[in-house]
Design a protein around this ligand. Structure first.
Ligand code: SAM
Ligand code: SF4
Length: 501
């Protein structure tokens, strides 16, 4: 049998698996040993490799959003290109990198507690390299070096592609802070992706909005869209490596292209997200295309029509509304009304009635009255969201709303958050019932980590689905397969089903 894991790289993921279709019962027989063998092999090979590696091992912890996760994959790719190997223990790694988030205060505090532990370690492991990347690095800049003098490198999100160069400066004995606004160069490093089936592709960096609560524009800088040809090239590479699904990423993905120069004869921007979807749709091998996060201000009818027309574009739309009340939206400086938001959803549902609609919402924004908060609850019930990511408002440095005097008490924040979460759970549960007895196409991403007799994947609408592996049948499956699944159980956040033959 051909090796399941690549020969040369001891840490290679099971990308070859889908080339070697295995009979299902055989797959089942090898499950337990399969994973323990792989794990043992990985650790042993890591140790062997470690002996040979002149550079050392690395550990990355990622906080926050998908964009940070995508950045971490690129930085891991750079480190591996430099000769670092992935460590299996954070407290033994030679280089520790925290890719941070400052969207809410609790995310920030978590980073400081992780850093404290590593700073102590550095006192008896002087060769340890300590790096803080991402939004906290950008927000604090050099002052972070003063606060945690054990740090070697502080680098903002715009410097991700420059990691090797910055580490070179550290090797010359410098403590380095790279937080100046920079043009994000095209990535020349292969990302070290966590999935071998679903790949993230950044298409726009930064944000030009000025929501009164949000720290992102000050830490991620102005919008910078990548050129369509560079994006398509990356997708071609993913397809050549047997990836089946891509998710285009951006803080406001539907604002893509506004900073690109080309316009059509009719005066319409040729490089909008809609145009990009048409342009990349023909990449052979890629079966599913997703994108996130969408801003209601830019979500055009043309984009909706494209999603309907283009087979590979999945029927899942993540469009945060933040509040169900127009006055709060105005204070948030969001630039749309609830009516406009509802029209977008109506337009989506008129073409794709079963589309999944997910969103973000903030409760207890400064001055939010009980009635205004209830408008958010009402919107959730009226729309019937498939999922809503909720948060209590958290004052952030250098944002207007943080200075307002009408902040809401922690107690009310907690109460509102609990209530809204309960509503979201019931709404999601009710929405998921529409899948019961339906046949859904599920892209297999792996085995259920808690139950290896089940495959795990997602519907086109992004519902996590567990599928019993049929026993004693001529059934073959592999990572990246799309299989038809009859849904026989629905819950708030996942579905279960059996393979349809
Ligand atoms: N650009 C997207 C948009 O405009 O909808 C959202 C991106 S933002 C990184 C992710 C989410 O974090 C937001 O949708 C918002 O709900 C939440 N968020 C941002 N700032 C926050 C704050 N100060 N307190 C609580 N939640 C916040
Ligand atoms: Fe933050 Fe608003 Fe930009 Fe979204 S659009 S990242 S919420 S400033």
């Amino acid at each position: 049998m051909a090796p399941l894991f690549g020969g040369s790289n001891p840490l290679a993921r099971p990308q070859k698996l889908h080339q070697n279709y295995l009979p299902c019962n055989f797959e089942l027989r090898i499950h337990k040993n399969f994973f323990s063998n792989v794990l043992t092999k990985t650790i042993q090979d890591t140790k062997n490799f470690q002996k040979e590696s002149t550079v050392g091992s690395y550990w990355i912890t990622t906080f926050g959003c998908q964009m940070n996760k995508a950045d971490s994959e690129r930085m891991a790719g750079t480190l591996e290109k430099m000769g670092y190997i992935r460590a299996d223990d954070e407290l033994k790694a030679d280089l520790v990198l925290y890719n941070t988030c400052t969207i809410r205060d609790n995310a920030e505090q978590k980073v400081y507690s992780f850093l404290g532990r590593q700073a102590k370690r550095k006192h008896h492991t002087p060769n340890l390299k300590l790096v803080v990347a991402g939004c906290l690095a950008q927000q604090e800049g050099e002052s972070l070096l003063r606060r945690v003098p054990e740090l070697d490198l502080v680098m903002g999100p715009q410097h991700v592609n420059n990691l090797e160069n910055l580490l070179g400066k550290v090797d010359s004995g410098n403590q380095v802070a790279a937080t100046e606004e920079a043009f994000i160069s095209e990535d020349i490093t292969n990302a070290r992706r966590e999935s071998s089936i679903c790949g993230w592709v950044n298409i726009i960096y930064g944000c030009n909005e000025r929501c009164s609560y949000c720290v992102v524009p000050s830490v991620r800088g102005k919008e910078q869209s990548r050129y369509p040809f560079a994006i398509k090239k990356e997708i071609h590479t993913l397809a050549a490596n047997n990836f089946k699904e891509i998710t285009l990423l951006g803080q406001n993905i539907d604002a893509y292209g506004r900073d690109l120069p080309i316009t059509t004869k009719e005066g319409r921007k040729e490089n909008t997200l809609t145009d990009l979807l048409y342009y990349i749709h023909d990449v052979e091998g890629i079966r599913r295309i997703r994108f996130a996060t969408s801003h209601p201000r830019y979500f055009s009818k043309r984009l909706i029509e494209a999603c309907y027309e283009l087979d590979k574009v999945c029927e899942h739309f993540h469009i945060p509304f933040q509040s169900g009340n127009d006055e709060i939206l105005r204070l948030m400086a969001r630039g749309y009304t609830i009516d406009k938001y509802k029209r977008i959803i109506e337009n989506i549902r008129s073409l794709m009635p079963n589309a999944s609609i997910t969103a973000d919402a903030i409760v207890a924004f400064p001055g939010e009255s009980d009635k205004q908060y209830k408008d958010t609850l009402k919107l959730i019930s009226d729309i019937g969201f498939d999922q809503v990511m909720t948060a209590a408002y958290s004052p952030r440095p250098n944002t207007p709303a943080a200075k307002w005097h009408n902040q809401i008490s922690e107690e009310v924040k907690k109460e509102r958050l609990q209530e809204i979460n309960a509503l979201v759970e019931t709404t999601s549960k009710r929405r998921n019932q529409r899948y019961l007895n339906n046949t859904e196409s599920v892209l297999v991403e792996g085995l259920n980590p808690k139950n290896s007799s089940q495959m795990m994947g997602r519907t086109r609408t992004n519902r996590l689905t567990f599928v019993e592996i049929p026993e004693n049948m001529e059934f073959k499956f592999a990572l990246g397969d799309e299989i038809n699944v009859k849904i026989n159980e629905t819950r708030s956040f996942s579905l279960s089903g059996e393979v349809c033959f």
